[in-house]
Design a protein around this ligand. Structure first.
Ligand code: ATP
Ligand code: MG
Length: 180
């Protein structure tokens, strides 16, 4: 499984529809300061369910919507689409390509889509447990994250190990079962 494509529309500095194709292996994104490199990483985190505006370097969720520049008006809607190649079946879903999308508008409307179907955030999260992808998983390592892991509380660090060991899915199911 690998990240195959990322599409942005109205997300942060990406006012125009922007499409990035990734090949298997390593991709480096380079560019001058302020050109949007970190915004791309924010987009990946956001579409996977990041709920904290601060984690996305903003102060409120609306800050992810293109706010406009001196020469260009802002937009009313932000959308990110992330496409994962699932030819190897790493994701427990019967699709060779999995699309996760998230939309938000200024009126507070918010949607997640999985392969084009509206779903709950939980459905996205459940699909990604134990895959190392996801908001809290370790596939996105931001600046300062290494320090955070080293100084984390034991329980939080254990969470990362559990994700790597592939048991989060079962833990969540157990928790769910006990609640009923
Ligand atoms: P550096 O090399 O300094 O880390 P970078 O390439 O990572 O830079 P980003 O942090 O991704 O740059 O981009 C910052 C730019 O994105 C700033 O110019 C900021 O104004 C712009 N930006 C962020 N949010 C929005 C928004 N909602 N609307 C318009 N522009 C935005
Ligand atoms: Mg940056």
């Amino acid at each position: 499984m690998y990240l195959k494509r990322l599409e942005l529309y109205g997300f942060k500095s990406f006012a125009d529809r922007t499409r990035l194709e990734f090949a298997p292996g390593i991709t480096a994104i380079v560019g001058p300061n302020g050109s949007g490199k970190s915004n791309l990483v924010d987009a990946v985190r956001w579409v996977l369910g990041e709920q904290s505006a601060r984690q996305l370097r903003g102060s409120k969720m609306e800050d992810v919507i293109f706010a406009g520049t001196a020469t260009r008006k802002g937009v009313g809607l932000a959308e990110v689409v992330l496409v994962l190649d699932n030819e190897d079946g790493a994701l427990p879903i019967d699709y060779s390509e999995v699309t996760v999308a998230r939309r938000v508008d200024r009126a507070g409307g918010s949607d997640y889509l999985l392969n084009g179907q509206r779903v709950r955030l939980r459905d996205v999260q459940e699909l990604l447990y134990d895959t190392a992808i996801g908001r809290e998983a370790y596939s996105v390592v931001g600046q300062g994250k290494i320090d955070e892991i080293l100084s984390a509380r034991d329980e939080d660090r254990r969470g990362l190990l559990e994700e790597a060991a592939g048991i989060v899915r079962f833990k969540m199911r157990k928790k769910e079962a006990l609640r009923r």
